[in-house]
Write a new protein. Structure first.
Length: 300
């Protein structure tokens, strides 16, 4: 009877994982992805809650930034315990880093878990670890080509949470390495509006929102990982001249406007350019975050 109950529990676990609808809102930071998913004023067809706000919600948003705030740790511990990882959670609370890294950087603690956990919990852990365990390669995306362990945190929450629809919010694509059935929606924000978003975040008191225009890994430099200058209208119909684009960049605080336009792919002899998607960016759908009809078309 004990093993029959265990089998039934694993069957239900696997069914709940395979039955989830997984979506990636990809694109650079400051694209308005969190707003689209969670704000009551958004025209997105569904409203999502941050995963740590409601552990029983059916639609949740999981962003890498949420794992930078220690205030969200108790919510993750609760998800772990609810899933049957009581001993692992107990040990994780005494670990100074993220719980998915215990096996890598807390080997003595991991040995303690293996020796003290029940047979049932070890089976639950092994099943989970085989699917969403930490893996440096899996945590490396195709855009930045840098490992980000928080991606494993997103995979854990998606696996542990009871939500039926999950949106991942990230500035890279690594979460695709964990879930092959994920639907990738690239969130495009027009050049001018994107720079306006950056300007509004320069002095933000929220560390997760603040953007340093001198940081070549964020802001417009991140935007250029996804988008480029093109000759014909592609993602929107806004035409920019070199002078108008330089003015927008400099008003935002970017002093090296000529260098940025060159990186964007603007020809010095150009009479005007539009913004298009770079060839190496692969996704299922592109939406314009500033176009209501485009946002409403998001297949969520």
């Amino acid at each position: 009877m004990k093993y029959l109950k265990m089998y039934e529990k694993f069957r239900l676990i696997k069914e709940s994982i395979s039955g989830k609808k997984l979506i990636l809102f990809s694109g650079p930071s400051a694209s308005g992805k969190t707003y689209l998913a969670t704000d009551p004023k958004s025209v997105l067809s569904k409203k999502f809650k941050h995963w740590y706000e409601d552990l029983n919600a059916n639609e949740i948003l999981i962003g890498t930034d949420t794992f930078m705030d220690s205030k969200n740790a108790p919510a993750l511990y609760t998800l772990m315990e609810n899933y049957g990882l009581k001993k692992y959670t107990e040990i994780a609370k005494g670990f100074s880093d993220s719980p998915w890294l215990i096996e890598v950087f807390g080997k003595d603690l991991y040995k303690k878990f293996i020796s003290e956990a029940s047979e049932e919990e070890l089976k639950i852990w092994n099943e989970m670890n085989s699917q969403v365990g930490y893996n440096k390669t899996k945590c490396t995306g195709s855009i930045k080509n840098q490992e980000d362990g928080r991606v494993c945190g997103m995979a854990w929450v998606a696996y542990l949470h009871t939500a039926k629809t999950v949106i991942f919010d990230d500035v890279d694509t690594a979460i695709k390495n964990y879930f092959s059935n994920l639907y990738d929606i690239l969130c495009f924000t027009p050049f001018e509006e994107y720079l306006s978003n950056i300007k509004s975040r320069i002095n933000s008191p929220n560390p997760g929102e603040k953007i340093d225009v001198g940081d070549t890994g964020s802001g417009i430099y991140q935007y250029m990982k996804w988008f480029k200058a093109v000759e014909n209208a592609e993602l929107d119909k806004k035409l920019y001249t070199i002078d108008s684009a330089k003015k927008l960049l400099e008003e935002t605080g970017y002093k090296k406007s000529d260098e940025i336009l060159k990186l964007l792919g603007v020809n010095s002899n150009s009479n005007g350019f539009y913004i298009g998607k770079k060839e190496n960016v692969k996704c299922n759908q592109v939406i314009n975050t500033r176009d209501e009809s485009s946002v409403k078309s998001a297949k969520i």
